[in-house]
Write a protein that binds this ligand. Structure first.
Ligand code: CAO
Length: 440
């Protein structure tokens, strides 16, 4: 190991140029040819590359400094094995043959822009839940002219994927990035512009004993989806209470029949029926926004998903063609799908094709909650624990003890207005309170 000075090489006929970017930090391991700093004259800018592999031990310059040939950039700790031969036409602190700043910063020939569909396909999406501003330590590999081009367009190069040699970012990568951003669906743009600031990295063991457990795969996937849905769809939650006194009497009376058909008749089976009825009455609830946000796709099929709590996390199996099934058939599907979900045997197609989702926490407890929409669906029904409540009778003269089921309907306010949200829950309440209507 030895320490070597990193000096500004011959940069042509310039007495001094400005340091506009410092691309490395003390302690960084760098590779030969990696850009260390960017300097700029009034005519052009250029990267000063690393002369060798090594570790930055000290930095002697900062943004705004004026430098010239021979100025000290910093100290590099170099191992014997890191000494690499360099191509003759490369600029470095130790090169004999130098190119001037003007020569290096030439206008590149740009290939013709790709068609938009190709550009979108090439994009690498920013992972959900990961702030696009977090990776400041990553140094984008790009020539000075590309950097300048990106700066002029306001593009942060750390978001751009380079397609050049060693992932170097080329002009067309910046162009494609900009086009990709402009052609992204409106919903995605909204999500990106509301990307949260990075979470603080706290060492909790400073405050007490801790244990680190990895998140399950299901939790990671569902977490990413929930986060996207939460930030892209403006949620409103409408609350209501359905009188299910008669429904519960009927459900219990049907239990023997259900047992004969090998299942247990649960409340959710009735809720699914009621939801299909409400979806037919209010078709906007059975729709999805097109990715560009300009059109609604209305569906004429009725597949209802249900949130299922499993030891590995939340999954949403889908009961298909609910409109064609009676409540016992639906209960059977619910049982089969929940068992499969908990045994991790659900097939992909059993979680696809949903139009609307029910999330029931009624078996556990609680009075209300605000479920997150399972986008691109536009609404979800949360169901809490039913309880006996004193309810005024029709003449408002007396109370009656009624079994009331709390409903929480979250809907996407881009698609559904508040009035329709209230109409939908009122319709559900009407259906659930009169079992005859439900079974029609
Ligand atoms: N009010 C009162 N009691 C209720 C009820 C309600 N709303 N819903 C269910 N119950 C009762 C059931 O009748 C059953 O009682 P019995 O055993 O006496 O018959 C008991 O609670 C257990 O029901 P269950 O919840 O296990 O079964 P289910 O068919 O009602 O629900 C399922 C199935 C898959 C939805 C449920 O097991 C589950 O996973 N729930 C969690 C969903 C979840 O995590 N949602 C949150 C997602 S985040 O938005």
């Amino acid at each position: 190991m030895s320490s070597e000075q990193i000096l500004i090489p011959d940069i042509g006929d310039f007495d001094s140029v400005d340091v506009i970017e410092v691309l490395v930090n003390v302690g960084d391991s760098i590779e030969y040819d990696m850009p260390l700093i960017t300097v700029e004259s009034d005519k052009a800018s250029m990267d000063i590359p690393a002369p060798k592999d090594g570790v930055i031990k000290d930095l002697k310059i900062k943004v705004g400094d004026k430098v010239k040939k021979g100025s000290l950039i910093g100290l590099l700790e170099v191992s014997e094995s890191s000494k690499k031969p360099k191509p003759k036409n490369e600029i470095s602190a130790t090169d004999d043959k130098k190119e001037s700043l003007e020569k290096i910063t030439r206008t590149p020939t740009r290939p013709a822009p790709e068609p938009p569909d190709k550009i979108v396909a090439k994009e690498t999406p920013i992972p959900i839940g990961e702030s696009i501003h977090t990776d400041n330590s990553k140094v984008a590999h790009a020539s000075p002219s590309v950097r300048k081009f990106a700066r002029n367009l306001g593009v942060n190069l750390s978001f751009v994927i380079g397609s050049g040699n060693k992932n170097r970012i080329l002009f067309e990568d910046v162009e494609n990035f900009v086009k990709g951003e402009l052609t992204k669906p409106r919903t995605e743009n909204m999500g990106a512009s509301f990307a949260p600031i990075p979470m603080p990295n706290i060492d909790f063991s400073e405050f007490g004993k801790t244990e680190t457990k990895p998140l399950s795969k299901i939790k990671k996937i569902s977490g990413a989806n929930l986060h996207r849905n939460w930030v892209t769809a403006p949620h409103v939650t409408q609350f209501d209470n359905a009188d299910i006194t008669d429904l519960e009497i009927f459900r219990k009376s049907m239990q023997k029949e259900a047992e004969k058909r090998g299942t247990k008749l649960t409340l959710i089976a009735f809720l699914m029926k009621a939801c299909v009825n409400a979806l037919k009455a209010y078709p906007t609830f059975n729709s999805s926004l097109t990715p560009d946000g300009d059109n609604l796709i209305l569906k004429s099929y009725y597949n209802i998903g249900f949130a299922c709590d499993t030891p590995d996390g939340l999954v949403v199996p889908v009961v298909k063609d609910v409109q064609k099934k009676d409540v016992i058939d639906i209960a059977k599907d619910l049982k089969d799908l929940s068992e499969k979900a908990r045994a991790r045997k659900l097939k992909m197609e059993e979680m696809q094709g949903g139009c609307f989702t029910i999330s029931s926490l009624g078996g556990i407890g609680g009075t209300k909650f605000t479920p997150i929409i399972n986008c691109p669906e536009v609404a979800i029904l949360g169901v809490s624990r039913a309880s006996m409540q004193p309810v005024f009778n029709k003449n408002n003269e007396d109370f009656e003890a009624r079994l009331m089921l709390p409903l929480s309907l979250s809907y996407d306010h881009r698609v559904i207005d508040g009035a329709d949200g209230a109409r939908f829950t009122s319709h559900l309440c009407m259906m659930l309170s009169d079992v005859r209507r439900l079974l029609l």
